[in-house]
Design a protein around this ligand. Sequence first.
Ligand SMILES: [Zn+2]
Length: 250
Amino acid sequence: MPFVKASPEAQLRLLELADLDTELARLSHRRRTLPENAELEQLGERAAKVRDAITIADTNLADLDRDLTRAEKDVDQVAVRIEKDNQRLNAGQVSNARELESLQSEVTSLRKRQGDLEEIVLDLMERREAAQALRDGAAAEAEAAGADTAAVTARRDAALAEIDEQAAKATAARAEVVADVPAELLALYDKIRASSGGLGAAPLRRGQCGGCRVALSTVDLNAIRAAAPDEVIRCEECRRILVRTADSGL
Ligand SMILES: [Zn+2]
């Protein structure tokens, strides 16, 4: 690029442009690194775990319900058989001693079976109660995670709205500044910014480059003193446009 010339006023506008670009980069970085995004990611993992826990608890409850129904039916069937046997015994229908003994022995073993089955039912009911408690706990946790997600989402959206508002202001201000910068100077600024990934222009302050903080040599400072005000100067170190200010120490 040939030597670019621009009025000192236009060069000073570049510093405003650099400030606005820094502000826009800061806002964009803030948008990408909002802590709420990480929080929401964690909340998403938490919600997925809770959903899994609910699915497992529901399957467990369904299994236990099925086992309970079966065990209760078994208890009923045994009770009915005991009742029948007792009726036969009480009605005095059985006179044969051997048959009587066999019937009494059957009632005894049926009572034992009844006791065992009732124990199984009790055990299943206890396990069902525990499973239901787990299910209730998981449901409460899901509700809490949902509430947290809503709160964090609202906080993130508020932060994004604030960032968008600030970015819109900076973008509008940038457009105004850009209108005052000659095309050639703006092209140079943009080229430097693209290659350096940051500032395209920096002020010369007290003999120091505001971009890379390098103190200029006496030779360089003398050359700048001798340069015409409309000559666009570059930092020898970082190649940024070096803008002379009242504070340059020249
Ligand atoms: Zn520099």
